[in-house]
Ligand binder design. Sequence first.
Ligand SMILES: [Zn+2]
Length: 258
Amino acid sequence: MLIGAMNHPANEVVDEIEWMAAMGLEFVDLTLEPPVAASWRIDPHAVRQALEKFGMKVVGHTAFYLPMGSAIEELRRASVCELRRCLEMFAIIGARWMNLHPDRHAPMHDRGFFIEQNIRTFQELMPDARRLGVGLMIENLPGDYNTAPQLGELLDPLPELGLHLDIGHANLLVPQNSTEEILTAYGSRLRHVHLHDNKGGHADLHLPLGAGTNDIRSAIHALRKCNYDGTITLEVFSPQKEYLLLSRDLLRRWWAEA
Ligand SMILES: [Zn+2]
């Protein structure tokens, strides 16, 4: 199991890699988002060099707000363009997987409509993903994509699509954390994990581990039960980096105990 963190999109990527390496983190969850870490602004060769210098691995992350399910076809196609550019950048940088945040912003349309629009987007990206050797995976999101049946609407028609499980999101807007349910159904397709704490409800607080009510130890147990041994990003967002270190130590301890 490898522990990593996400770069802040308002900072230079290479600077972010440097502090993560100094902290002993093992990979970068590289989000390509404006203003500074935009897919059209970064130097992918410099990023790759920095990763090699520090011996760090990388997982690809994209903006969470792309209108890939939009009812306006031109907007949906624009999100395909942006995601293609991200795939090309990640291929140079050396990422093997890139995440996608399924979209649902199609007011006045039923669920079937935006599910179809998302699937169309993923299908259009698949040939590029194959050609570049960067797999696509979807992240569970509170609300419309946070249970096994909801994710199945996207995962079942597209067997190549991987699962990116966010254990913080799995605790939001659900009667109980959906981690175990999702892993029971799709654990064999798990490619990457996000971990952070919150207090349930709707607020995606991205707290340090142990600071909220998310049952993270049970979630770690469920990960180990399905033999997961890949990348885990601590999505703990605080200017105080000590919270990240504390969360890393807790994750290592709970992982060993599970
Ligand atoms: Zn996440």
